[in-house]
Design a protein around this ligand. Structure first.
Ligand code: GUN
Ligand code: FE
Length: 455
């Protein structure tokens, strides 16, 4: 076997900084027994040839074929697991109507564990096949089905952070789909946290419980306060929706007389381990509060195009020091692919910068300095997600988890238009990000273990 569990040889792309890509051409990547990257060795390093000779021909040596490249596995910071069953449904109606007409009735069905298993098994394998190695999930209000999701992720080998959703306010939740009471919501959340922490003891890639108030409109102040206390008691992750749409943002302003950010902070819900979805309507004091508390943003560009009534000024927020990652927001976003969301993040930012109303003169049409590049969007899907979760993931470098996807650009059924293979590796990187389909993702590894392969 040798000293390492696996040795890979090939060309990898990883973020050097939020703006810059690092290209590791023909490197060796040594993975240790814990599934961590022990060494990254350049062809000109003295140990390259001896290491290569020691592993070549062994079953734990993997040389990427011509036209294959390594990317870090993607980190999806916002998925509603039950909503996979309605992906692509009714996206032409406003958020409030979509929640009440379609989403709450669907989520209520997850009291049935057989139905939950059917949907969750399919979703987790689909996300892995799309190159997503870590996911921050909303489940439903049901404690058992939420735990089932964590177990399925554990077994399929995905790194997962899972929340039992809390919705206890009768004013904004239907009788058929809410926690039994404020007390029950808190008791179930605590039991869920303890059960997931127990499960985590046997899971190499990591499974974490997440305190999950759906959003302020679904929750009483009392439950928000209790959830903040649980987050502190268990040093747990926190997730919610924050200032997503005109309606959601306005509702909180009217009820709490302040923006979501400050209302969540009042209850101890903005922490280093907090990730808030959307955040389109943050104002400057909210932005400063996020930066001060270490709260991260899950940017969900496809979902935003349907439900957020705006394009989030992601470049501006990043400039203020907030950690930002990407989310699919299945099923507010119809696609389970972060490739699709990387593309949309770039496209939406360009539309914000240039503006969209052709009847206005060019200089009045947009918001200057809003665009992000494809390299920056890739950072959001990888290293930015890792920073948001404070986990050593999203980069191909020593002391990070071996969470990777192998992209085959020459697959006959999904060949990328690459005609200058040896000339321009950054150009190939761009083509992969804009054009790769799930078929091009040949293998996916999490924590040093292969969890998906396509022949
Ligand atoms: N706000 C509260 N719940 C949801 C949800 O399920 N999806 C989205 N996009 N926004 C929400
Ligand atoms: Fe959401």
């Amino acid at each position: 076997m040798g000293q390492y569990m696996q040795l890979f040889q090939g060309t990898a792309f990883s973020s050097q900084s939020p703006k810059e890509i690092q290209i590791l051409k023909d490197y060796l990547f040594a993975v240790n027994a814990d599934g961590m990257i022990a060494k990254v060795v350049a062809p000109e390093d003295a140990e390259y040839q001896p290491l290569l000779k020691a592993y070549e021909g062994k079953s734990n040596f993997h040389r990427l074929a011509e036209g294959q490249y390594l990317l870090p596995g993607f980190i999806d910071l916002h998925v509603h697991a039950p909503q996979w069953a309605q992906s692509g449904t009714a996206l032409d109606i406003p958020l409030y109507d979509w929640l009440n007409t379609y989403t709450f009735p669907l989520e209520s069905k997850f009291a049935d564990l057989d139905f939950a298993r059917w949907v969750y098994e399919d979703l987790v394998s689909t996300l892995l096949a799309n190159g997503t190695t870590t996911v921050l999930y909303f489940a439903t209000v049901h404690k058992e089905a939420s735990l089932l999701l964590a177990e399925i992720c554990a077994r399929q080998g995905q790194r997962a952070l899972v929340g039992k959703v809390v919705m206890d306010d009768p004013a904004q939740t239907p009788e058929y789909y809410r926690d039994g009471s404020t007390h029950a919501a808190l008791a179930d959340t605590e039991e869920f946290i303890v059960a997931v922490q127990e499960l985590a003891k046997t899971v190499k890639q990591g499974i974490y419980p997440v305190v999950t108030p759906r959003f302020i409109p679904s929750c009483t102040d009392e439950v928000l306060q209790g959830l903040g206390q649980l987050a502190a008691k268990y040093d747990a992750y926190v997730q919610s929706h924050c200032s997503e749409s005109d309606w959601a943002h306005g509702y909180v302003k009217e009820r709490c007389h302040k923006n979501d950010a400050f209302a969540l902070h009042d209850h101890g819900l903005l922490r280093e381990k907090s990730v808030m979805a959307h955040c389109n309507f943050l104002e400057e004091p909210d932005v400063e509060l996020f930066a001060k508390t270490g709260t991260a943003i899950a940017h969900c560009p496809i979902s935003n195009a349907f439900f957020s009534n705006s394009v989030i000024p992601v470049a501006h927020f990043q400039g203020k020091g907030i950690d930002i990652g990407l989310g699919t927001d299945v099923s507010g976003g119809f696609s389970p692919s972060l490739f699709d969301n990387v593309r949309q993040a770039v496209i939406s930012s360009r539309m914000l910068e240039d503006g969209v109303n052709p009847s206005l003169p060019a200089h009045e049409r947009g918001v200057p300095q809003s665009r992000i590049t494809i390299d920056e969007a890739f950072y959001l899907a990888t290293a930015g997600g890792g920073e948001s979760l404070s986990l050593p993931i999203g980069r191909i470098q020593p002391n990070y988890a071996w969470d990777i996807q192998i992209i085959d650009t020459r697959l006959p059924v999904a060949k990328l238009p690459i005609f200058d293979e040896h000339k321009d590796l950054h150009g190939i990187f761009e083509k992969i990000l804009y054009l790769a389909r799930p078929e091009n993702i040949r293998e996916v590894w999490v924590q040093g273990k292969k969890v998906h392969s396509r022949q």
